[in-house]
Design a protein around this ligand. Structure first.
Ligand code: GLU
Ligand code: ZN
Length: 550
């Protein structure tokens, strides 16, 4: 009998589960290889939490010689956008997350033999399995209308019982097959529900590779597996896809933990081997002393695109994500500042059970260290790429004065005192501003004078300095000249000397060089002054001294 019902429900389905089992054979991979996936809805938006999980999952697959694939979960049509698939692929590629299998663009091109990788193109597969469940009496058609289901909810609320479609409340579970057949022949719309075999008094136990041992009551709900549009629900698609795509590890957000009893039940009823579950806690934000999930709505940093816009290099973002994924990464990075992040072995065991704090201040710190390892050319290239998109004026200047800009970025980039004044490309404007006359003179400068503030004294120092300054001086000569100048004006040649007898001097050589630094750059902190002056050259230095307003 059930065969007739199944046939009526799925008249177009002629394939059986066995057919698909053969079509998608077990993967021939080395022992321990992890097959896992990224399974987003094609909303085009990449949440940092997803990137966190994707970065971790793709590394787990790569370091075990496994497979990382992309599966588009588009069975909920409302959430789709145009170019959703390429937006995801490109958005992740920015951070070097790439897929071994899956859709490659919006045009239906795919790589891998376990496809289609877009769920809406797998409708016939889900239906074949649903059909087989109906044949076995493990699933049934439900004809309840929206209104009937609302009434059910009201009744259950007033009785204060567990809400849902289960047991005696599962009306269509108990209608006869004849009645069901008649309704279908009559053209009544239906969904397909699982005939749950769960016992509310029994517990399911399972071992999550991050969360450890977890126990939940068995699922008793006759959940919908196929919706009235013929497409599967998330739960059903998860079981079918992760089985047929031969996923070994389901690495996903921990909002799914409570659905595991249902998923285990589905795997069992479908006769599938259960995959490993790896539930990743969401990334959190600390705010006013309490923790909350990073939210797409409230936090701009929740979006992966935020980092591109602000010019935070992908290397920094990935290093930081590794930092919060595995706490031993930080030490490893300290010992291996130049190593590729691929050399670090990520581990599931070291993932936190509760959500890691994601903090932009800490990220900036990590980023400074990452950028400190870049060559001046790389800083220039990446910075320029960013500026072309987000700061056109800066980009033009960087291109016009390419050589000087690279020279400027090269100051203190090697040796034992490495500059760490850039954490993102949007810092470059401030860092480079005083190297470009166009920017430097475009606004009233504020000079951060330090110990010497008397305008006459400053003017005297600068006038005398310009008499002795020469572009051809080497660094020692350059500095000795400043010392001579200091001495001639009543300042100590050495800071030590001054400290011993401060009463004998107006100040020391450092005060003199600070006046020069501030007069020429308008700021008190810069990389090596000698190198800066060398790049500017005497004419431009003189010009700045002339234009100084004090
Ligand atoms: N489409 C689901 C989501 O975006 C995927 C969850 C999973 O990885 O199984 O939450
Ligand atoms: Zn029903």
């Amino acid at each position: 009998m059930s065969k007739e019902l199944a046939e009526l429900m799925f008249p177009d389905i002629d394939k059986t589960p066995e057919y698909y089992e053969e079509l998608y054979p077990k993967r021939n991979l080395p022992e321990g290889a992890i097959v896992t996936r990224f399974a987003p809805s094609p909303t085009g938006f990449i949440h940092m939490g997803s990137l966190f999980t994707a970065n971790f999952a793709s590394r787990m697959a790569a370091q075990t010689n496994g497979v990382y694939f992309l599966r588009i979960e588009d069975t909920d049509g409302k959430r789709e956008i145009d170019n959703g698939i390429s937006a995801i692929i490109n958005g992740l590629k920015v951070f070097d997350v790439q897929f071994d299998e899956g859709p490659t663009d919006d045009d239906g091109n795919e790589k891998g033999i376990y496809g289609p990788y877009i769920q809406s193109n797998r409708k016939h597969i889900y239906q074949a399995f649903a059909k087989s469940l109906v044949e076995k009496g493990l699933a049934y058609p439900c004809f309840c209308t929206e209104e009937q289901l609302n009434n059910l909810r009201t009744v259950q609320e007033s009785l204060k019982v567990l809400p849902g479609y289960y047991g005696t409340y599962a009306h269509c579970r108990n209608i006869s097959e004849e009645e069901a057949i008649e309704k279908i022949k009559n053209g009544d719309r239906f969904v397909v529900r699982l005939r749950s075999n769960g016992n509310p008094m029994k517990k399911v136990k399972y071992h999550d590779l991050i969360k450890g041992n977890i126990e939940f009551p068995e699922n008793i709900q006759d959940i919908v597996i196929i919706k009235s549009d013929g497409l599967p629900t998330y739960h059903f698609a998860h079981a079918i896809d992760d089985h047929l795509m031969r996923t070994t590890h389901v690495i996903r957000g921990d909002e799914w933990v409570s659905s595991v009893p249902l998923h285990l039940q589905l795997f069992e009823m479908l006769g599938f081997e259960v995959p490993n579950y790896v539930h990743v806690a969401p990334i959190m934000k600390e705010e006013d002393g309490s923790k909350r999930k990073i939210s797409k709505r409230k936090d701009p940093e929740a979006s992966a695109s935020y980092y591109k816009e602000n010019g935070i290099p992908k290397e920094s973002v990935i290093d930081y994500l590794m930092n919060i994924a595995n706490s031993n990464f930080e030490d490893w990075r300290r010992e291996n500042p130049l190593a590729s992040v691929d050399e670090f072995k990520v581990s599931i065991e070291k993932m936190g059970v509760s959500g890691a704090i994601f903090d932009l201040v800490k990220l900036a710190d990590v980023s400074k260290n990452v950028i400190a390892t870049f060559t001046a050319e790389k800083v220039y290239d990446e910075g320029l790429k960013w500026a072309k998109e987000y700061d056109k004026e800066l980009a033009d200047l960087m291109e016009k004065y390419k050589e000087n800009t690279i020279a400027m970025l090269d100051i203190e980039r090697t040796g034992n005192k490495i500059r760490k004044d850039i954490s993102k490309w949007s810092d470059l404007r401030e860092n480079l501003e005083y190297m470009y006359d166009e920017l430097y003179f475009s606004k009233e400068r504020e000079y951060e004078w330090q110990s010497i503030t008397d305008p006459n004294e400053i003017k005297t120092i600068l006038a005398k300095y310009m008499e002795i300054y020469s572009d051809s001086d080497d660094k020692d000569t350059w500095f000795n000249k400043i010392k001579d100048l200091a001495e001639s004006l009543g300042y100590a040649r050495e800071v030590k000397e001054y400290k011993k007898n401060p009463e004998n001097f107006k100040g020391h050589v450092g005060d003199i060089s600070t006046v020069i630094r501030v007069a020429i750059t308008s700021r008190r902190n810069t990389p090596d002054l000698y190198a800066i002056l060398k790049i500017l050259t005497k004419d431009r230095i003189q010009d700045r001294v002339n234009k100084l307003k004090i």
